[in-house]
Design a protein around this ligand. Structure first.
Ligand SMILES: NC(=O)c1ccc[n+]([C@@H]2O[C@H](COP(=O)([O-])OP(=O)(O)OC[C@H]3O[C@@H](n4cnc5c(N)ncnc54)[C@H](OP(=O)(O)O)[C@@H]3O)[C@@H](O)[C@H]2O)c1
Length: 245
């Protein structure tokens, strides 16, 4: 038996945009499972949301750890019998934006970045697809970045033209390709898959120089996580506007 209440899993939800996404989904009456690679931090974040009246819990969830991913899928399957929303939010950046490092970035940085921002997104999604298929309206949000836009990187004068950092940018472009491919595979099902650009947001990754606060920064993820049946699939969005791939 699956619960009538909607259930969402957000990776990297102990802080930043992921935490705020969990809060805003929770405020809509959705049960939120906060994925955190450090369970203590996840539990502290869930406790904060519980105090605000949100049905929140934490799960140990290092997205690059296959055992964590399987255990989390087993736990959510046993407890809820389905998953309605998967937000692949966990992400890393080890480079300076605008570092122009295409000829110098290390193999290690490339691989570590792709492990989290690309390979884990596929592994996590595959682990949860059977549960998402049990939802009446499965929603997958891949948290990308405008820095993954090949079109804008190739367009002189675009807002990101000078903001090159190869490992991060390529990992998000690859993630975007996954969104398009998975949405195509799932066409005709109840599951929608989209990529989100949160904006440049004040977080540990975005730094204090960012113009957007985290409340606005979570809005695109929340919007795509709660799309109605007529909503898009296979798209790339920021606050309701399509972004060039
Ligand atoms: N901030 C921006 O301006 C901006 C712009 C465009 C896109 N984004 C994207 O938005 C997403 C959230 O970023 P943010 O700004 O909120 O960054 P953040 O504050 O640095 O938070 C990143 C989160 O991801 C988690 N994480 C990293 N590696 C993980 C792993 N292997 N397993 C599980 N969790 C992991 C971190 O956990 P720990 O606390 O354990 O490190 C943290 O919870 C990322 O995908 C990022 O690329 C951000």
């Amino acid at each position: 038996m699956s619960t009538a209440k909607k259930v969402a899993l957000i990776s990297g939800a102990n802080k930043g945009i992921g935490f705020e996404t969990a809060r805003q989904l929770g405020q809509k009456g959705i049960t939120v499972v906060l994925g955190a690679r450090d369970l203590a931090k996840g539990e502290a974040a869930a406790a904060t949301l519980k105090k605000e009246g949100i049905d929140a819990r934490a799960v140990k969830f290092d997205v690059v750890d296959a055992a964590d991913v399987k255990a989390a899928a087993d736990t959510i399957g046993k407890e809820f019998g389905k998953l309605d929303i998967l937000v692949n939010n966990a992400g890393v950046m080890f480079e300076a934006i605008g570092g122009n490092n295409s000829s110098t970035v290390s193999d290690e940085t490339l691989r570590k970045t792709f492990d989290t921002n690309f390979f884990s997104v596929i592994a996590v999604t595959n682990a949860f697809l059977p549960l998402l298929k049990k939802s009446d309206a499965g929603r997958i949000v891949n948290v990308s970045s405008i820095l993954g836009s090949l079109t804008l990187h190739a367009t002189e004068g675009s807002p990101i033209y000078e903001a090159k950092a190869l490992a991060y940018d390529a990992s998000k472009a690859a993630q975007n390709a996954y969104t398009i491919h998975l949405a195509h595979e799932l066409k005709g099902t109840k599951i929608k898959v989209n990529s989100a650009h949160p904006g440049w947001v004040k977080t540990d990754m975005g730094t204090d120089a960012a113009p957007m606060n985290v409340v606005d920064g979570a809005k695109t993820e929340v919007e795509l996580a709660t799309l109605g049946p007529d909503g898009p699939t296979g798209g790339f969005f920021h606050l309701g506007e399509a972004i060039s791939w």
